[in-house]
Design a protein. Structure first.
Length: 277
């Protein structure tokens, strides 16, 4: 699940850590899940450790998920919540596989490979939250996946200018090349602090597909408990508003990174209300 209106951190900017809409009994397990995800994300993204060391640290977390004798603090903090709520280990392992990929993979040949990354880096968060609410079912899995993956894709579009100097490009290369563009165009946009009209048009097309994906997950709202439904409306409103901001900036995240602030409150309220009708 996600919503930029709630407490957030870096790559999980569009995902809530704890909201007043979440029952008090679930705030601790949700916070433990996000601390685990943030810690693993930091291993993959932050610091100066060589790739082999980062991968070893991620592997240590994976082993700790299966072996209670291993003392990894973020996993130790997770264990009582996993036991109390029957949370399976597989979503956490999927997250770790995505973080390993962050260390090893910097380009994506096509949209399917990018979507596969999203299914492992974002979708497990939605599954875990739905499980905590007792709402993980066949009819909630697909819309949850669409929302979570769309929010991850939004974050990629937001952060194109941040990820590029880190050596990463989260765009489908086959579609980029089909548009007559290449990595030189991305590099030029970063150097100039603005994207070319052709690159802006390409980003606009990526944003349009992401919007459709996000909106297609809206059916989840009516399939979950009411308080989670309210949270989901905020999530959807936040994601749509970021896409609106990106469009208002000419689909140029190199010139201005789209993000939400207090000035967006009226638009967010309007989007939330539309989702509530």
């Amino acid at each position: 699940m996600s919503a930029s209106s709630l407490t957030s951190v870096d790559h999980y900017e569009n995902f809530p850590v704890a909201s007043l809409l979440v029952p008090a009994s679930l705030r601790a397990p949700i916070a433990a899940i996000y601390r685990f995800a943030r810690h693993a994300d930091d291993i993959a993204d932050e610091g100066d450790e060589p790739p082999a060391q980062r991968l070893a640290q991620l592997d240590a977390l994976r082993r700790a998920l299966r072996d209670p004798a291993i003392d990894e603090p973020v996993v130790v903090a997770l264990r009582p919540h996993m036991a109390a709520h029957g949370l399976p280990v597989e979503p956490f392992e999927a997250l770790l596989s995505a973080f390993r990929q962050d260390v090893e993979t910097t380009r994506y040949a096509d949209f399917e490979s990018l979507a596969d990354y999203c299914r492992r880096s974002a979708d497990p968060i939605g599954e875990l939250v739905l499980r905590l609410f007792g709402a993980w079912r066949e009819d909630t899995a697909l819309p949850s996946s669409r929302i979570c993956s769309a929010l991850q894709l939004i974050n990629f579009l937001q952060d194109l200018a941040i990820d590029w100097p880190r050596g990463r490009l989260y765009l489908p290369l086959d579609e980029l090349h089909a548009a007559g563009l290449g990595e030189a165009d991305v590099d030029g946009a970063f150097a100039a602090g603005r994207a070319s009209p052709a690159l802006r048009a390409f980003i606009g097309g990526q944003a349009a597909r992401t919007r459709r994906m996000l909106e297609s997950g809206a059916t989840l709202v009516s399939r979950v408990p009411r308080r989670l439904g309210w949270e989901l409306r905020a999530i959807l409103a936040g994601g749509l508003r970021i896409l609106d901001r990106l469009a208002a900036d000419g689909h140029d995240p190199f010139a201005s990174r789209p993000k939400l602030g207090w000035r967006d409150a009226p638009a967010l309220a309007r989007l939330w209300w539309q989702g509530n009708r």
